[in-house]
Design a protein around this ligand. Sequence first.
Ligand SMILES: Nc1nc2c(ncn2[C@@H]2O[C@H](COP(=O)(O)OP(=O)(O)OP(=O)(O)O)[C@@H](O)[C@H]2O)c(=O)[nH]1
Ligand SMILES: [Mg+2]
Length: 363
Amino acid sequence: MLSCGIVGLPLSGKSTIFNVITRAGAEVKPYAGGKTDPNRAVVSVPDPRFDKLVEIWQPKKATPAPVEFVDLAGLSRDASKGAGLGNSFLSFVAGSDALVHVVRCFDNPDVPHPEETVDPVRDWNIVETELILRDLSVIENRLVKLVEKKKPSPEEQAEKTLLERCRDHLFEELPLREMTFTPEEEKSMRGFTFLTLKPELVILNLDESQAGDDMPWLSCMKELVSARGLGLVSLFGRMEMEIADLDPGEQAEFMAEMGITEPGRERLIREAFSLLGLICFFTIGKDEVRSWTLPDGSIAVEAAGAIHSDLARGFIRAQVVHYADYEANGFSNPQCREKGLLRLEGKEYHVQDGDIIEIRFNV
Ligand SMILES: Nc1nc2c(ncn2[C@@H]2O[C@H](COP(=O)(O)OP(=O)(O)OP(=O)(O)O)[C@@H](O)[C@H]2O)c(=O)[nH]1
Ligand SMILES: [Mg+2]
């Protein structure tokens, strides 16, 4: 299952945001502790299309698409040199598919700031630098081994050239995700679990008292994030955590009072999901309505394989209708078939986000 690691400086509100997303009730406290075990929770990706399919089909079982969130301990300045929880922290980050980077924007005299003042741009850079330094040290360790080889193979020679190119890029204080790689290069990079190759969603954790304030760093942060091609969500972390704790009725009332249309939680999960470059397809029936995830660009036989390896092995055809067409035609298969919207596709068909698929197979 795909997993998003929540990173950020100590006391930036990581556990608060984790609770907003997962309602898991992780400990939130005004002082930094030495806890290394991360909090983990699996949540469903909110999707109104899925909800509608469940409403129409009334299946025995409804299985939405899952994403895991992992709340990590705070990353300190110099973590890459072993400071704070240092390397054990960084190895947890390496296990995530995407990073959710929480940046503290709230001022709270009861909660000490590890860098004393509120300065989101500086804080973002501290964490980014630690991630870059960690990747750099992984590369340098590997290069030492490659250089020692008396007779490197052509693959090792190519790896050395590639890693040197990565190293030079990191020296410029730039993340690896901004480089372009050939498919072979991508493959040879995979084993290293580079941190700066992971997609990143930046969360500005504001206090509700900052609503409507003109904060000079806000536009700097927005520029920085868009120049870097990262995702951005701003959120009143503490208040959203309180909202997430209410029962649905109270939640709606509170949100109406505050003029909020969508809970931050749903916005955040959706952003994280699309950041991961994922799409959903659905399988429907009386027994189960289910949402499945695939990397964008996947083909029909891969969709079959996501369901069961037998379906990929014995794949004949995929019967496909897009959710939008299905909805526009009164959720009626015969009507979709008549209009040519429900059709049979081969192995190589590119699955679209929102496709409803039935695999025809023979094993
Ligand atoms: N005023 C205000 N306080 C907040 C906000 N978000 C978090 N806090 C407070 O900041 C403190 C730290 O929050 P946590 O969520 O535990 O922060 P953390 O990043 O998980 O901290 P560590 O795990 O110790 O690094 C708590 O006392 C929170 O109540 C916010 O949006 N506004
Ligand atoms: Mg925490």
